[in-house]
Design a protein around this ligand. Structure first.
Ligand code: UD1
Length: 345
């Protein structure tokens, strides 16, 4: 296929690009190499790749880049949790206005196939299991409760502590921060485009992606990169809450394989796919695995917390396996070790 990959110079994009090349596709990358990401991460396109340096908000550049294209993989976005509310305009502009331009240009060019990088953050606090009320959407975690060391979210009906439950794609969305809201808006805008144009959308709800090339210690970096940066300085990873918060850490090569598979296989219509390993780990366990891989100081559980964090978010990725034939190839312990050893700061 002739594929336009936006954000192809980013962490996930580089791995998607490798996978596309390995599978024999013809690729054009569009990336703005934005300075807040690429100042210390230079990138040169590998030789078989056509490269357009432009922002996805540039309609004219999109029109050129879409010539001869069969499908778009749209990864270009501002990522992370954000530092403060002042980041809102940049998130909305980069992610939602940008997607609006991509969709409008696809309609002009009559390109009808889109694979979109979405995120598990669209589920917010996800789902919990109440001993009395079964599966429920957890209530908000209050500052006072967290300050008192109560980190598990309460049942919204009776206030009992909930156990984590795996979320499937049909669980109601509940974005709880600006980034999450812009990711959900991207999905909604894409669905609307598909309805109007007859196009197809595969929305990939990535879980916590890790692996070689992960962005380093910035306020926007994921927890694995933050821990690695401190271990490299000989400082113990600082684990928030009680370390028992669960995530599903999935290797970037598995993410790339899922993304390419969806581009090749996803049938008509709009479909969301969770992309996770299916084996949740606690943040404390993940910190331990990295410390062990580097023979570094043991993690410290600090009891500190960030109000915008969700407690547990764990994926059920069976739709991706059943419908598209995706399989997980990278083991957690080996993958953490690989990332730890390839991390150069
Ligand atoms: C992450 C990504 C988000 C992505 C989502 C997919 C970032 C910043 N966030 O969200 O973009 O869409 O996965 O599910 O990349 N923690 C510590 N110590 C630290 C920093 C964090 O213990 O120094 C804890 C946090 O309290 C949280 C967990 O680690 O419980 C994960 O944090 P983080 O990686 O920042 O964000 P996610 O919410 O998982």
């Amino acid at each position: 296929m002739n594929i336009l990959l936006t954000g192809g110079a980013g962490f996930i994009g580089r791995h998607v690009l490798d996978e596309l090349i390995a599978r024999g596709h013809t690729i054009r990358v569009m990336d703005s190499l934005r300075p807040d990401v690429h100042a210390d991460r230079p990138w040169t396109p590998p030789s078989p790749v056509d490269f357009v340096r432009a922002d996805v908000r540039d309609a004219r550049a999109l029109d050129g880049a879409l010539r001869g294209i069969d499908a778009v993989i749209h990864l270009a976005a501002k990522v992370g949790l954000g530092v403060d509310i002042g980041d809102t305009p940049d998130y909305v502009s980069s992610n939602d206005y940008g997607t609006g331009e991509v969709l409008a240009a696809m309609a002009r060019a009559k390109v009808g196939r889109l694979t979109l990088a979405s995120s598990m953050v669209v589920y917010g606090e996800g789902q919990g299991l109440c001993p009395v009320h079964g599966r429920v959407a957890p209530g908000p975690r209050l500052d006072e409760a967290m300050a008192a060391g109560q980190f598990e979210p309460p049942c919204p009906i009776c206030g009992e502590q909930l156990a984590p439950a795996m979320v499937g794609e049909d669980v109601a969305t509940d974005p709880r921060n600006v980034y999450a809201t812009t990711k959900l808006a991207q999905e909604l805008l894409s669905s609307n485009w598909a309805r109007v144009t007859g196009g197809s959308v595969a929305a990939m709800r990535y879980h916590n992606v890790y692996g070689p090339g992960m962005p380093r210690d910035t306020p926007y970096a994921g927890v694995a990169a933050i821990f690695l940066s401190s271990l490299r300085r000989g400082v113990a990873p600082q684990v928030f809450e009680d370390g028992g918060q669960r995530r599903d850490f999935v290797h970037v090569r598995d993410i790339a394989a899922a993304t390419v598979l969806a581009t090749e296989q996803h049938p008509a219509g709009v479909r969301a796919y969770n992309v996770g390993s299916g084996t949740p780990r606690t943040v404390g366990q993940m910190a331990g695995a990295l410390a062990e891989a580097l023979d570094g100081p043991r993690p410290i559980v600090t009891g500190k917390y960030r109000l915008a964090d969700v407690r547990h978010i764990v994926a059920d990725s069976s739709r991706l396996r059943d419908e598209l034939g995706w399989t997980l190839r990278n083991d957690f312990a080996d993958g953490m070790k690989e990332m730890a050893l390839s991390f150069d700061r």
